[in-house]
Design a protein around this ligand. Structure first.
Ligand code: GTP
Ligand code: MG
Length: 390
């Protein structure tokens, strides 16, 4: 599957940058393109300058906001982020259209943090705008949910998140939920941590997108999971997970799948990788709530056979009995067996529901705070009877 990726705000730009790097890896390792073009859209100039892999011309690093933000952030006001995106939507669409390969993309993937101002406001507005223009092209929004400490410290974070989620869900074909907190390693320094988190966020997409693009015979599975399977699966609230198990260094290829021990070991490894993928989904959710699901298993071809895929399908069917399951295999030469799992069209996501409930109680408080006239201090009042020179 081939994507056009657009990142909004600081976080969206950084993750779009990580997707651009993923494409360099796909070209280098597999000779295929999975991300046809990458754009970063921001009201803050500094964040655009800090990107590494996205082309540096003004058509790929798009500054919006004009006189409203003057090259600075939207200061955590998602309403302002939405407004400047509406004002500058033509500029963004023109940049997309100037991309020679835009028409070849199977879908558009947008990324933004829900807690800030620029990204949380701009992503749903542009999703709606692009859906109206390119109605046949799927538009996916990847919503990066804030850390717990950010939610606790600032009511605006929850407010922005709730508004962004509600609007993205309405506008886009699917909303891929990613909890920053689930990728957090407490012992790492912040800067390193964010780069690590971004690398972990994009990793599951590598195999998933490459699988349908492979042209070398040895990398083509018995069941190819292609763009059509992904488009059919991605719908509404969506979570993605990745798990892997290492394979023994010395493998004995002539022990075929007829050997029951080998079959048992292969299945165990596959199930172990799938268990990890499901327990580390990008957002906390229950497989039983999924209406659609897919998995992709990747391993050396000597490690994969029809027993393994049927055992994995059975395992996932037990966990997600209400889901239509699509599956694929993708042979490679590395000494690992890894599984990407997607749970989609989720009927319940408690995290999202909690944001909605919390934001509804906070909305009046935020409006009161923002509209309240600042209290006049005693010092100011003491000057009331004096004339002014201005
Ligand atoms: N995963 C990840 N999260 C990030 C990154 N940068 C910022 N965040 C998170 O994003 C949220 C803040 O959003 P930003 O993207 O900085 O905000 P913005 O869209 O630029 O909006 P304003 O700066 O307020 O105009 C917080 O929850 C941060 O923890 C990043 O590179 N990766
Ligand atoms: Mg910003």
């Amino acid at each position: 599957m081939k994507l056009t990726v657009i990142g909004f705000g600081r976080c969206g730009g950084q993750i779009a940058d990580a997707f651009a790097r993923l494409n360099k890896r796909a070209r280098h390792q597999r000779g295929v393109d999975i991300i046809l073009d990458t754009f970063a859209v921001n009201s803050g100039e500094t964040d655009l300058a800090g990107l590494r892999n996205i082309k540096s011309d003004y058509n790929h690093r798009i500054l919006m906001g004009g006189t409203k933000t003057r090259g600075h952030s939207a200061a955590k006001l998602s309403e302002l982020g939405a407004q400047i995106a509406r004002d500058d939507s033509d500029k963004i669409v023109n940049a997309l259209r100037s991309s020679k390969r835009f028409a070849d993309a199977d879908a558009i993937l947008m990324v933004a943090a829900t807690g800030g101002g620029t990204g949380s406001g701009a992503m749903p507005v542009l999703a709606q705008h692009l859906k109206e223009r390119y109605w046949s092209k799927p538009v996916y929004c990847m919503a990066i949910l804030p850390f717990e400490h950010e939610e606790q410290a600032e009511a605006r974070t929850v407010h922005n998140t709730a508004l962004c989620l509600k609007s993205s869900y309405t506008a886009a074909d699917a909303v891929i939920l990613v909890e920053n907190q689930r990728f957090h390693r407490k012992d790492s320094p912040l800067r390193y941590n964010t780069a690590q988190i971004n690398a972990h966020i994009v990793e599951p997409f590598y195999n998933l997108l490459c699988a349908g693009e492979e042209r070398r015979r040895k990398h083509i599975g018995t069941k190819v999971l292609d763009a059509a399977d992904i488009v059919e699966t991605f719908e509404g609230w969506t979570a993605i997970g990745y798990g892997k198990t290492m394979l023994p260094m010395i493998r004995i290829p002539f022990l075929t799948s007829r050997n029951y021990r080998k079959r048992g070991a292969g299945t165990n490894r596959g199930i172990q990788a799938m268990e990890e993928a499901i327990s580390e989904m990008s957002v906390h959710c229950y497989p039983k709530d999924a209406t659609k699901a897919l998995y992709l298993i990747s391993a050396p071809s000597s490690e994969m056979n029809s027993y393994l895929t049927s055992d994995l399908s059975e395992y996932l069917r037990d966990l997600a009995p209400n889901a239509v399951i699509r599956a694929g295999d993708n042979p490679h030469e590395r000494s690992i067996m890894d599984v990407v799992t997607v749970l989609s069209a989720l009927s319940e996501v408690s995290k999202v529901k909690n944001y909605y409930v919390k934001a509804a109680t906070l909305i009046e408080k935020i409006q009161e705070n923002e509209e309240a006239q600042p209290k006049r201090s005693a010092t100011d009042q003491a000057a009331d009877d004096l004339p002014t020179l201005l």
